[in-house]
Design a protein around this ligand. Structure first.
Ligand SMILES: Cc1ncc(COP(=O)(O)O)c(C=O)c1O
Length: 391
C-alpha cells in the first residue's frame, strides 16, 4: 500500500499482507518457527540468501505487518518491533554503543530509562550525562567527543517538559551523535520526530499504540542503514522480541489511535484548565496551558498537547496520596495511555527506584501526581479528583 495516504488510513491498513484465504482483518500467526521445503532451503534461509521467515525470535509475519504499519505512520524506512518499550531502548543502546561511548540524556525521562542508561549501561563502560531543562545551550555543553547518542522524551514523563527536536538534533549532528526521541506521549498522530531531524524514534507500544492497557510491546524506527544491521542483529541474537499475539493486539489498537488521541487530548485540556482553578492545586504541568513554559514550542512542534496532565497538590505527599486514595473511578496504576483514566504518584512508583538526587534533577517531588486522561467523561474525572482535593 502507498504511504501517501493520510495517517488515519495508514493506521487502519498499512502493512497488510493477506494470506491465501483473503482475510480482511490481519491474520495472527501464532507459530514459533517456520517449515522449510528441504535442508537446502533451510541452509539458504539461514545464510540470508533467500528472504523468508525462520523463527519468531527473528521475524514473524504478524510482527512484520505491525513493523510496516508503524514505519508508515512515523515516516520511517525501517521499524524493529521489540517485547517492550524498555527493550527497545536497551536494543538501541546495545546495538549502537560500545564501551567508552557516551550518552547525553534529559534528566526528565521515564524512571526505568534513568536506571538503564545511567546505572546498567555504566557496567558495560557506557557513561550517561543527564541534562536538566530544555535550554539547548545545556545540551551543547553536555556533548563531548565520545558522545554517540543523544536521548530525550518530548513531552517528558511525568513533567510534560517539551524539548526542541530540531534544535537538539542540530547539536547531536555537530557532535557526530544520533538523536533518539522517545515519542510515547505524542505518537505519530501528534508528532513525527524523524521529520524534525531525529535519527531514531522509540515507542512503548504498551501505551497509546495499544491504547487499551492489554499488552506490552515496543519499537525502534529510523533509517535502515542506521538501525537494521546493529539493532536487528542484537535482537536476533539476544531475543527481546515481540510476541505475534501482542503484535496483533497492537495492530487492532492502532486502528483507533487517532480518534482516541483526539478525544483524550480534548478532555486533558479541559481537565488541566479546571485543575488550574482548584485552590488546593499548587501547579499544573500541561503544554496546552499558556502557563506552561514551552507552550509556544509545543504549539509549533505538536498537533495537540497530549493527554497526560501532571499537577502538584498543596500539602506534600500526604495531600497527594489523599487525592489518589479518594478516587473511586480512576485506576490507581503505573500505566498510561489507556482508555481508562489512570492516576499515579511518580515519586513512589514509576520513579521510586531512582535516587532522591535523580528525582530532584528531574523535578519530581512528593506532591506531584500524574493523570493519563482516557475516554472516561471529563466531568466524572473532575468529580473523582475533586473529592480528594476538597477533603
Ligand atoms: C515515556 C516512556 N518510555 C518508555 C517506557 C517503557 O515502556 P514499557 O513499559 O513498554 O517497557 C515508558 C513506560 O511507562 C514510558 O512512559
Amino acid at each position: 500500500m502507498s504511504n501517501d495516504y493520510q495517517l488515519d488510513t495508514l493506521a487502519v491498513r498499512a502493512g497488510i499482507e493477506r494470506s491465501q484465504f483473503g482475510e480482511n482483518s490481519e491474520a495472527l500467526y501464532l507459530t514459533s518457527s517456520f517449515v522449510f521445503k528441504s535442508a537446502a532451503q533451510a541452509a539458504v534461509r539461514f545464510a540470508n540468501q533467500e528472504p523468508g521467515n525462520i523463527y519468531s525470535r527473528f521475524t514473524n509475519p504478524t510482527v512484520t505487518v505491525l513493523e510496516q504499519r508503524l514505519a508508515a505512520l512515523e515516516g520511517a524506512e525501517c521499524c524493529i518491533a521489540t517485547g517492550s518499550g524498555m527493550s527497545a531502548i536497551l536494543s538501541c543502546a546495545m546495538g549502537l554503543l560500545k564501551a567508552g561511548d557516551h550518552i547525553v540524556c534529559s534528566a526528565s525521562v521515564f524512571g526505568a530509562t534513568v536506571t538503564l542508561l545511567g546505572t546498567i549501561m555504566r557496567r558495560f563502560g557506557v557513561e550517561t550525562t543527564f541534562v536538566s531543562g530544555s535550554d539547548v545551550g545545556r545540551w551543547s555543553e553536555a556533548v563531548r567527543p565520545g558522545t554517540r547518542l543523544v536521548f530525550l522524551e518530548t513531552p517528558s514523563n511525568p513533567l510534560m517538559e517539551i524539548y526542541d527536536i530540531a534544535a537538539i538534533s542540530a547539536v547531536a549532528k555537530r557532535a557526530g551523535a544520533l538523536l533518539v526521541v522517545d515519542n510515547v506521549f505524542c505518537t505519530p498522530i501528534l508528532q513525527r520526530p524523524l521529520e524534525l531531524g531525529a535519527d531514531i524514534v522509540i515507542h512503548s507500544a504498551t501505551k497509546y499504540l495499544d491504547g487499551q492497557g492489554r499488552v506490552v510491546g515496543g519499537a525502534i524506527l529510523g533509517k535502515r542503514d542506521v538501525i537494521y544491521e546493529p539493532v536487528f542483529g542484537f535482537l536476533r541474537s539476544a531475543g527481546p522480541s515481540l510476541s505475534p499475539f501482542n503484535a496483533w493486539v497492537i495492530l487492532k489498537g492502532l486502528e483507533t489511535l487517532k480518534i482516541r488521541i483526539q478525544a483524550e487530548c480534548a478532555s486533558a485540556l479541559e481537565l488541566a484548565r479546571w485543575l488550574e482553578q482548584q485552590p488546593r492545586v499548587e501547579r499544573v504541568y500541561y503544554p496546552g496551558l499558556r502557563s506552561h513554559p514551552q507552550y509556544d514550542l509545543a504549539q509549533r512542534q505538536q498537533k495537540a498537547p497530549g493527554a497526560v496532565v501532571s499537577f502538584e497538590v498543596k500539602g506534600g505527599r500526604e495531600a497527594a496520596w489523599r487525592v489518589v486514595d479518594e478516587t473511586r473511578l480512576l485506576s490507581i496504576t503505573a500505566n498510561l495511555g489507556d482508555t481508562k483514566t489512570t492516576i499515579t504518584h511518580p515519586a513512589s512508583t514509576t520513579h521510586g527506584r531512582n535516587t532522591p538526587a535523580q528525582r530532584a534533577a528531574a523535578g519530581i517531588g512528593d506532591s506531584l501526581l500524574r493523570v493519563s486522561v482516557g475516554l472516561d467523561n471529563v466531568e466524572d474525572i473532575k468529580a473523582d479528583l475533586a473529592r480528594g482535593l476538597d477533603s
